[in-house]
Write a protein that binds this ligand. Structure first.
Ligand SMILES: Nc1ncnc2c1ncn2[C@@H]1O[C@H](COP(=O)(O)OP(=O)(O)OP(=O)(O)O)[C@@H](O)[C@H]1O
Length: 305
């Protein structure tokens, strides 16, 4: 039964260590019911470790974890209401896709919506009669996604869901996550893909070295989006000298700037004889970390509590 106003995910002061190495260090995170929350961070930041605590595989060493209002270690039954897509799904090689759906359904003890399952199989263009070992990485991912979505979970936890999917299949994923949310599901989505997070998420938390270093509404991303411009050039152009976020080394110039500054800076570089000019949108983590620095501070930021 769903208790209104209970967060879908509530992590409080969570720490998890492996030997002397602390992978998650005092993390707090709240995913409100009905929201899609992006979980970002550089490799090794502790996202998957946190997610493993959410599904009850790791027990918090300090702090607490609750999903749908319950401790997943003390009350593992709550996991029947959760759809989980691991980053590194290991499925049974000798089973077909269709057999994996039935096996997971029986392990979970929650019936799948077969009509939705078939709709997802069609939408993801998966041949369920093939054995897992015959599938490509992307097709194995589709099996995990279909299995997680088709029992209509109240909470969907997805770790790098579209890794290995082509852009069309990525859009299928986006469509069905939106539908799940429209039907009341909450979602925690670990992703490195800016477009995916921008399209789907209401809120984003950035993790670094096991801590939440930034947390804010995704609409805020658009205001602070950053670009990186690189070029080969004999010297730093006079108009750019003295500004922050300019690196120059042996003729290679690198500048991080606001998206609105890109045209002016490109003109300055071209006028100064720059070549091999490349302008790219900074990654989400770079955007957030650039904006917030290493810690969450200032009135605009809202650290997850
Ligand atoms: N079972 C384990 N034993 C020892 N160290 C571990 C274990 N699991 C994770 N770690 C370490 O904890 C840190 C966080 O790993 P985690 O997989 O949570 O990062 P992540 O944010 O999901 O990274 P990525 O984006 O690369 O998937 C890493 O340094 C990793 O090597």
């Amino acid at each position: 039964m769903r208790v209104m106003n209970t967060p879908a995910v509530q992590v409080q002061n969570l720490s998890l260590s492996f030997g002397s190495f602390t992978a998650v260090n005092g993390l707090s995170l709240t995913v409100e019911q009905g929201s899609i929350h992006g979980f970002l961070g550089p490799n090794g930041a502790g996202k998957s470790t946190t997610i493993r605590a959410l599904i009850g595989v790791l027990k918090p060493q300090t702090g607490s974890v609750a999903i749908l209002g319950q401790d997943p270690v003390a009350h593992p039954d709550v996991l029947r209401r959760v759809g989980y897509v691991p980053g590194d799904a290991t499925l049974w090689d000798n089973l077909t896709g269709a057999e994996v759906f039935r096996a997971l359904e029986s392990l979970r003890k929650t019936p799948s919506n077969r009509a939705l399952e078939n709709e997802l199989i069609d939408a993801f263009q998966l041949d369920p009669s093939k054995k897992i070992r015959e599938y490509s990485t992307g097709n194995r991912r589709k099996v995990s996604l279909i299995a997680a979505l088709s029992h209509e979970p109240e909470l969907l936890i997805v770790d790098e869901p579209t890794a290995g999917l082509d852009p069309i299949m990525e859009q299928v994923f986006v469509t069905y996550v939106r539908k799940a949310r429209t039907n009341g599901a909450s979602v925690l989505l670990s992703s490195h893909i800016l477009s995916e997070v921008e399209q789907l998420c209401d809120y984003v938390t950035v993790l670094k070295e096991g801590r939440a270093v930034a947390s804010n509404e995704v609409s805020y991303l658009r205001k602070i989006s950053a670009h990186r411009i690189t070029a080969t050039i004999p010297a730093v152009p006079q108009h750019l000298a003295g500004r922050g976020e300019v690196d120059f080394d042996a003729g290679h110039l690198s500048i991080t700037c606001d998206a609105s500054e890109v045209p002016d800076i490109l003109r300055i570089i071209i006028d100064a004889g720059g070549q091999d000019i490349i302008s790219t949108a900074a990654s989400l983590e770079e955007i957030f970390l650039r904006h917030y620095g290493e810690t969450v501070s200032g009135s605009e930021s809202k650290a997850s509590q």
